[in-house]
Design a protein around this ligand. Structure first.
Ligand code: CO
Length: 649
């Protein structure tokens, strides 16, 4: 499994590499430059097969982004590509959009807002005179940069919340109607938007245990032990579990990434996905209130989701026999930031995998399902996102996104609530309806790179001589031939799925092997096509897209959506309407949650779930888990009673 060159090119970045690269870049920049993100430039697919494994020669490239706060600058910051093998730096100014939001931006936006006399005066009008405890949330200015901020300057919209003490939940008391448009480049509040005073809501919303009136009795202990250790093996960032083999990493925009996911089928290692990860996401708000109407943060492309990855805690975030992988990111000054235990790997029992009771012989065969879980969790402002890849014993692959944290809020006067846009979640606290839309990029290589996609709809058969009772329904496959034709929506009423097949690899029934994408009941973007969010997050207009593979195109809204007016990314690329038949294709799947906030989402929302499943469809010749040995106590020794001694679930 270990080849020198592949290790050299695919391994996650080390702290030493990040610091060496940033010091090389700094030599070419002014002292005011700060960094906001670093990523490994994954080796070009075309080079992967041609790298010289024996000599260990390859390239090791890092991409670093950052910016300067210099008022003369009207570009979007810098993109530096560093080849560590030859210590070479290629520096490019970003012309289309801006480098993503960095830690330096956030700190600066908070300081600028709090120091602004107009903002202070507006806070005093609201009865707030102490500014030390005020929580400022800087939001991306999106495609709505205020006209007082010159194009090319970095910008935020800062909104405020009042805390009673340092550990209070500030979201209980939103300062409604007040938005500071911060020009980060100039270092000033360029415009203060004040829609009038709304009183602060009366209740606090503390969620820690010590602030609850009483606590429920503790749950009885539930311990998960694997006395002989877990069933997976990790070497560097490569993981093997049962028949599955893959690599894992964290990318600053894409977050958790699976690389080269393959299934060992006898003596063949069969590729399925070359790379699978989030490509971007957007959270459009539906409310017409001026506090929210502009909000549609691209948490991945604008805010660098991957930089927000949590350090996980055993027994709290993850339970069982856990293996953790660390992650390294970059600080504004170019030094490395270590996130220990960023990726969690473990096995989970998952109930019954398959079962049958034979009534005549009164025998039962049952196998238990188990899945490998690879996950990571991210905090982006008020919200948390967990991304969970599940691999199953029957060849199923699943992505589950977990959404939790604190919902966005408005303070509302008694009697002026508009529940169609923002239902009440607590007295005088309303929460705008919104969506969380995730676009996953799935670079398929089902038994190799030459693939095609069918959409399959199941439809009623008209009454005919062959179907006199009108009971028949049939599966109708349609070959998706070009990019425009492949822009599709989910359709639960026809049980719509998309099937990726390899026409050159046939199963024992003579049919092309395939995997099908089974979507959930999900909406696409609900905003109008004319809206800023539709232009800036075009990927959210459709649930399904397919494109030919393009080297380096990993992000569905384009590389630099921060402060980008829109029009880049999937919507633009697919205008070419290229053929997607029998070539290396990439599937992009947008799904998510349309969130109508409930009182139960307050003060912290219980996890909401969304995701999709990839199921083998003719990829195997039969149930690939048929030869799984039964667990010791499940071996059927003669007849048993089918109903009274049911196997547990
Ligand atoms: Co939500």
């Amino acid at each position: 499994m270990k080849h020198e060159t592949i290790q050299l090119t695919f391994d996650p970045l080390t702290a030493k590499e990040i610091e060496r690269a940033s010091s090389l870049v700094k030599e070419k920049l002014s002292d005011s430059a700060v960094f906001c993100s670093v990523a490994l430039v994954e080796p070009a697919k075309s080079l992967e097969s041609s790298v010289d494994r024996s000599s260990g020669r390859g390239s090791r490239q890092l991409r670093l982004n950052g910016y300067e706060y210099e008022s003369s600058r009207t570009d979007g910051g810098f993109e530096a590509t560093v080849d560590l093998c030859v210590e070479e730096v290629r520096l490019k100014r970003i012309e289309d959009g801006q480098a993503p939001i960095g830690f330096a931006d956030v700190v600066r936006a908070i300081q600028i807002t709090k120091a602004d006399e107009g903002w202070q005066e507006a806070m005093r009008k609201r009865g707030v005179t102490e500014f030390e405890l005020i929580q400022i949330d800087p939001w991306p200015a999106g495609g709505y940069q205020h006209p007082s901020i010159p194009l090319g300057h970095r910008a935020h919209r800062a909104i405020s919340f009042v805390r009673e003490d340092a550990k209070d939940n500030g979201y209980a008391r939103p300062v409604h109607g007040l938005i500071a448009h911060v020009d980060l480049t100039e270092g000033k509040v360029a415009h203060l938007e004040d829609h009038g005073v709304v009183p602060l809501p009366p209740e606090s919303a503390r969620y820690s245990a010590e602030h609850q009136a009483s606590l429920e009795p503790s749950l009885s202990p539930l311990e998960i032990q694997q006395s002989q250790g877990p069933g997976f093996r990790v070497e560097e960032n490569r993981i093997e579990w049962r028949n599955w083999e893959f690599g894992v990493s964290i990318h600053p925009v894409n977050g958790l990434v699976l690389h080269r996911l393959s299934y060992r089928d006898g003596d063949r290692l069969r590729p399925i996905l070359h790379r699978a990860a989030l490509s971007d996401m957007v959270v459009p708000y539906g409310d017409t209130d001026p506090m929210h109407v502009w909000k549609h943060v691209l948490d991945a492309g604008e805010a660098s989701l991957g930089n927000c990855v949590n350090s996980l805690k055993l027994g709290c975030d993850c339970v069982g026999e856990i293996f953790y992988l660390d992650h390294y990111a970059i600080k504004p000054d170019g030094s490395a930031r270590t996130i220990e235990r960023a990726i969690c790997v473990h096995e989970e029992d998952y109930g019954i995998l398959w079962k049958h009771h034979d009534g005549l012989s009164r025998t039962t065969e049952v196998r238990r399902s188990r899945r490998l879980v690879v996950s990571s969790f991210y905090t982006v402002g008020n919200y948390e996102y967990g991304f969970y890849w599940y691999l199953y014993l029957d060849g199923t692959i699943e992505m589950e996104v977990k959404l939790t944290g604190i919902v966005g809020v408005s303070a509302v006067n008694e009697g002026s609530e508009r529940p169609e846009f923002a239902p009440l979640v607590a007295p005088n606290v309303a929460s705008p309806i919104h969506q969380h839309l995730f676009c996953f990029r799935l670079d398929f290589e089902v038994d190799g790179p030459t693939n095609r996609v069918y959409e399959v709809n199941v439809e009623a058969e008209p009454i005919s001589d062959e179907n006199p009772d009108g009971t028949a329904f049939r599966a109708n496959p349609t070959l998706l031939e070009s990019e425009v034709q492949a822009r599709r929506q989910v359709n639960a009423s026809s049980s719509r799925v998309w099937k990726v097949v390899n026409p050159n690899s046939l199963n024992r029934l003579g049919k092309p092997v395939g995997y099908k994408l089974v979507p959930s009941a999900t909406a696409a973007s609900l905003a109008t096509k004319q809206s800023k969010v539709a232009q800036r997050a075009g990927f959210a207009q459709y649930n399904f897209w397919a494109t030919p593979f393009d080297e380096g195109r990993l992000c569905a809204a384009g590389d630099y959506p921060n402060l980008h007016p829109g029009g880049d990314g999937l919507a633009r690329w697919t205008e070419q309407d290229r053929s997607i038949v029998d070539q290396d294709i990439v599937v992009w799947h947008t799904f998510g949650s349309t969130h109508l906030p409930r009182p139960e989402d307050w003060p912290v929302m219980p996890v909401e779930y969304c995701g999709f499943t990839l199921k083998p469809d003719g990829f195997f010749d039969r149930n690939p888990s048929i030869n799984l040995p039964p667990q010791d106590h499940c071996i059927d020794i003669g007849a048993d009673e089918p109903s009274s001694k049911a196997n547990d679930s």
